[in-house]
Ligand binder design. Sequence first.
Ligand code: FAD
Length: 288
Amino acid sequence: MVDRYDIAIVGSGPAGISAAINAKIRNKNIIIFGSKNLSAKLYKAPKINNYLGFPEISGEILKKEFEKHLDKMNINITYERINAVYSMGDYFTLMVNEKIYESTALILATGVEYTKSIKGEEEFLGKGVGYCATCDAPLYKGKIVTIIGYNNEAEEDANYVSELASKTYYIPMYKGEYKLKEKIELLNGKPLEIKGNNFVSKLILNNREIETDGIFILKDSVPPGQLVPGLLIENSHIKVNRNMETNIKGCYAAGDCVGRPYQYMKAAGEGQVAALNAVAYIDSLKKL
Ligand code: FAD
């Protein structure tokens, strides 16, 4: 039996944190998923001039202030990456590889991905290109798989895929030490183009070409339409109304993932609106 939370929040940037704090103040049983650094877009900002009450604060210090606030409210972030979310009608199922979480309401605060897509990425999406290696790995049993990883969490996925694939390439888009199984071939090159006929067959890098049956592109955020099947997307952002409601009952979204301007305070404000409306939604269910 899986515990069911009132609200699950996906993302630990200003939008997700603000949603978590506001839902907790209203006594809801919440879970928030994110990363140890909260948000790379937060701690990397050299100087922030427009966060109310904190003139000229650095992203690193603002992150520490957010952490203090979370501690004071007894909110712990669950350091897990949600791979997929399914609406089950009156609740949501959130998948972390083989692990399952459940919640009555859902708040998406996943941010946006700034990196450009690779030529051919959209054309071959679902035809050999995917964003969730652990979800789709079984399709590539005995085949050649390439993982393009944008952060070291992708190494774990590559290790998992290599158990099933006949050959696994790993292309890191970041510098560091890589904890990869021996059978994985590390390639240092820049992916330029994905090629194939109906299905992926080749990846062109700046320094070589490789034959491959599947390519997983693992960035900080999965495109929201891929994360939650059925979610309405407009101009690359999640479509919401002024209550931050999406087209799926019980599902709210806030922050960069719902549109510009990409700003901390706008994200935090929307996180609050999303949380208050998610709380009202849960309370309305209890009255039925
Ligand atoms: P993010 O901060 O992007 O947080 C999203 C979080 O969700 C990330 O931690 C991500 O890892 C996590 N996540 C995503 N998908 C999943 C998943 N499936 N499972 C679990 N976790 C997931 N704005 C200003 O107002 N003023 C500034 O001075 C300013 N300076 C900036 C400087 C830089 C260098 C950058 C890059 C941005 C700056 N911004 C600034 C913009 C600001 O960073 C963003 O608008 C803000 O961070 C958006 O907050 P968010 O919560 O929507 O998303």
